[in-house]
Design a binder for this molecule. Structure first.
Ligand SMILES: N[C@@H](CCC(=O)N[C@@H](CS)C(=O)NCC(=O)O)C(=O)O
Length: 256
């Protein structure tokens, strides 16, 4: 699988055969699902991708994830029970595939805990104001833009303190990949804040350098979508259409 189309109500569950590969239920524009693509791609673990139409969810999908959300991961040998919640799934993959040479958390338990804290904090500091700017129905809530900048300040400062190109050191690690999907989408703010909006080059100098480096990372490239592609989907979402198949699939997202 997959044909690349997002499966909808009335579809039948895909038949994939027993090839031992993981199966990732995803949606092409979902940043939470992208987290799991990034981890699987960074660790070079083969997997199938099954895209789900989240506006018209297939009836069978609730057996995969009772919450009806993506991502969900099906593990061979553990039939019909899937794992969901992006951070839980990412941690599972890291622990279940220790033999893969690429370790994404620091070996030191204290440093690992610090990275976990930052991953959790990213939610309130950055993701939450981002969504309030992008999707509030009655205009941009007061303070949301300031809050978004203050949230990014924490990560700018952290990169400065670490004095490494990536949060993970010389290569991206779990923290880099868990925050990346929203950083890929920062320029989408132009959609609501106007074309002139961009991150302040001085205030966010380290983060901008990091963003350029991340775009060249092999795992990032596999799931990367340009601002133009994200904008296409956003426009369809704002028009109430949610056109999940608006960008040709084969080029940008891996199809197993
Ligand atoms: N906390 C979840 C969030 C996942 C999530 O909200 N996914 C969205 C798509 S980006 C979804 O499936 N929405 C469908 C719905 O809520 O019904 C995670 O980290 O995996």
């Amino acid at each position: 699988m997959s044909s690349g189309k997002h499966l909808a109500k009335g579809s039948t569950p895909p038949v994939l055969g027993n090839d031992g590969k993981l199966r990732l239920y995803s949606m092409r524009f979902c940043p939470y699902a992208q987290r799991v693509h990034l981890i699987l791609d960074a660790k070079k673990i083969p997997y199938h991708t099954i895209y789900i139409n989240l506006s018209e969810k297939p009836e069978w999908y609730f057996e995969k994830n009772p919450l009806g959300k993506v991502p969900a991961l099906e593990v061979p040998g553990k039939s019909n029970v899937t794992l969901y919640e992006s951070l839980v799934v990412a941690d599972y993959i890291e622990e279940a595939y220790p033999d893969k040479q690429r370790k994404l958390y620091p070996a030191d338990a204290f440093q690992k805990a610090q990275d976990r804290i930052l991953i959790e904090r990213f939610n309130g500091l950055v993701i939450s104001p981002y969504y309030r700017i992008m999707f509030s129905s009655d205009g941009i809530p007061p303070g949301a833009i300031t809050e978004f900048g203050t949230g990014l300040d924490v990560f700018e400062k952290e990169l400065k303190t670490r004095a490494t190109p990536y949060f993970g050191g010389d290569k991206p690690g779990m923290l880099d990949y868990m925050i990346w999907p929203w950083c890929e989408r920062v320029d989408l703010l132009k959609f609501v804040l106007g074309d002139k909006y961009e991150l302040d080059k001085e205030r966010f100098g380290k983060l901008l350098q990091w963003r350029d480096l991340m775009e060249k990372d092999e795992a990032v490239k596999k799931s990367f979508l340009s601002t133009e592609s994200h904008t296409k989907f956003l426009q369809s979402r704002k028009a109430g259409e949610n056109n999940y198949d608006c960008v040709s699939n084969a080029k940008k997202f891996r199809i197993a």
